[in-house]
Design a protein around this ligand. Structure first.
Ligand code: ADP
Ligand code: MG
Length: 268
């Protein structure tokens, strides 16, 4: 369904337009206003990080962008079209890689390609090989999920998300469960892949440095009700080194703002 956009005269149409989105969850114990009146524009090729304390609605907002959850009010437009459900152009990658344990690395990436119609088996294999190479797993095509480290599993999950060539990648704390060294390597890889492929990425994290390392913009959210508190531009050149002093300057600024939101200590 085409929807007219009041700002359609601007040069770059929004890849994702979140307009006044609200979402409430009611359980037997409580009612939570997970999001209230959230609006956000993400342009094509942009890398946007959502950060905020646990429970501020980051995952809910990402799920609504993906079309996995419907808002109570407001709407999301992707390329000017109303998001009414999940689509091949907007794929989600979660913290737990959710790989199929009975398939090897190649099988898992090829499975993702079932979303893309009209490919022969040989074509799917070729594409899967390309993306496994891109994430540095060319030697592990036939490794089974239980043989892979946490970092390698997330690499397979990343290859599986990239293989159908979605325009938008929605990532929910994809590296949160990994050790610091593995994460640092993945920051380099995700920046390289993003720059080469010009994807639009929305990336949820609760790690300030991670957000500053990856984001063109960092969107700070706050809870009760879940909403956007502030948006920070990060004009640092790329590729960025997570341990650089320039990056630390932005990180401490955002950490201070985050402290204001949580009223307590946060880990940088
Ligand atoms: P975050 O990802 O920032 O930690 P979430 O988006 O997961 O936050 O959750 C926001 C709020 O909504 C939390 O209070 C959470 O408990 C609540 N919530 C999220 N999903 C559900 C659900 N399916 N049912 C009930 N409450 C939910
Ligand atoms: Mg979450």
């Amino acid at each position: 369904m085409e929807v007219s956009q009041p700002d359609s005269i601007t040069a770059t149409p929004a890849k994702l337009l979140v307009e006044n989105v609200s979402k409430r969850f009611t359980s037997s114990r409580a009612t939570v206003q997970a999001l209230e009146n959230v609006s956000l524009t993400v342009t094509a090729g942009e890398f946007v990080c959502l950060i905020g304390p646990s429970g501020c609605g980051k995952s809910t907002l990402l799920d609504i962008m993906a079309g996995l959850t419907m808002p109570d009010s407001g709407r999301v437009l992707a390329d000017g079209k109303l998001v009414e459900g999940p689509g091949r152009q907007r794929l989600v990658m979660f913290q737990e890689s959710a790989l199929f344990p009975w398939l090897d690395a190649m099988g898992n990436v090829m499975f993702g390609l079932k979303l893309k119609p009209g490919l022969t088996n040989a074509q799917r294999r070729e594409i899967a090989e390309h993306y496994l190479r891109l994430v540095g797993l060319e030697k592990f095509h036939h490794a089974h999920v239980h043989e892979l480290s946490g970092g390698m599993k997330q690499r397979v999950a990343l290859a599986r998300s990239l293989a159908p060539d979605p325009q938008v990648l929605l990532m929910d704390e994809p590296f949160a469960a990994l050790d610091a060294l593995t994460r640092d390597q993945l920051y380099d890889d995700i920046q390289r892949i993003w720059q080469d492929s010009r994807k639009t990425i929305v990336f949820v994290t609760h790690n300030v440095r991670e957000a500053v390392c990856l984001g063109d913009r960092v969107v700070l959210m706050m809870p009760g009700p879940g909403r956007i508190s502030r948006i920070f531009d990060i004009p640092l050149p790329r590729p960025r080194d997570i341990n650089s002093p320039e990056l630390a300057g932005y990180a401490s600024q955002i950490a201070a703002a985050l402290k204001g939101v949580t009223g307590g200590a946060v880990s940088e």
